[in-house]
Design a protein around this ligand. Sequence first.
Ligand SMILES: Nc1ncnc2c1ncn2[C@@H]1O[C@H](COP(=O)(O)OP(=O)(O)OP(=O)(O)O)[C@@H](O)[C@H]1O
Length: 248
Amino acid sequence: MSTASPVIELDQVSLSRDGVQVLTELSLRLDQSRIGLIGHNGSGKSSLVRLLNGLLPSDTGRVSVHGQDPGRGPEAMAATVGFIFQNPDHQLIFPTVIEELTFGLRNQGCSVSGATEQALALLRAHGHEDWAERPVHSLSEGQKQLVCIFAVLLLEPGLLILDEPFSALDLPTRFRLLELLHGLPQQILMISHELDTLADFDRLIWLEDGRVRADGTPDTVLSAYQADARERARSLRLGRMQPQASEA
Ligand SMILES: Nc1ncnc2c1ncn2[C@@H]1O[C@H](COP(=O)(O)OP(=O)(O)OP(=O)(O)O)[C@@H](O)[C@H]1O
């Protein structure tokens, strides 16, 4: 794993997509081990994490991820940032688990035998050596998500970014994944609408309209976020009731 300082820094970063401003003058220094990113739909969470792994370029400002400039693009960032998508099918491209796991290592110049050895060792360490030759399509959603995590762990990135990794998973699988994530040495930045999965995190950032609405421990940020969501739900209900009242 990289020994670079595990710090993500954004300085006055703005980003627009299709001409719409998505992030506005965002400045953050993230050096905690477990960081959660929350916010209502469209608040800019996915855009922010895609900026960190080089999938989206910023319009203005400076971004540094463990000393690397994501402006170099996602391939150059692969050794620094492991990215886990919400839907494993967007990530998994090979027929078998072992092919999937060895691809990244081979890309980094590792021999077939060396890559296979490392992949088998990782599967063995997690009690899944029997998965090696399994067709990826035969795995459950939770098993596929684990394979995605194993694939990025083999590249030993300093940062793992997970964009809503739990949405398709049942509760036991969610617990199993959370346990695995909490045991990893990597810095973790995770987007989740499942707020209970973030309760043990060191820090939560609440994004709203591309700006930081709140930033602090789960205790403080989650209660404010839930109160805001309840207030929004209440005004939505009132909004629906208005036409009926005027009809009366
Ligand atoms: N591919 C895209 N092209 C153009 N605009 C996009 C694209 N994806 C998202 N956006 C816009 O960027 C803004 C932020 O979206 P983003 O996906 O970053 O939000 P989010 O907080 O991750 O939302 P959600 O919780 O719904 O996943 C929204 O206004 C959205 O419409």
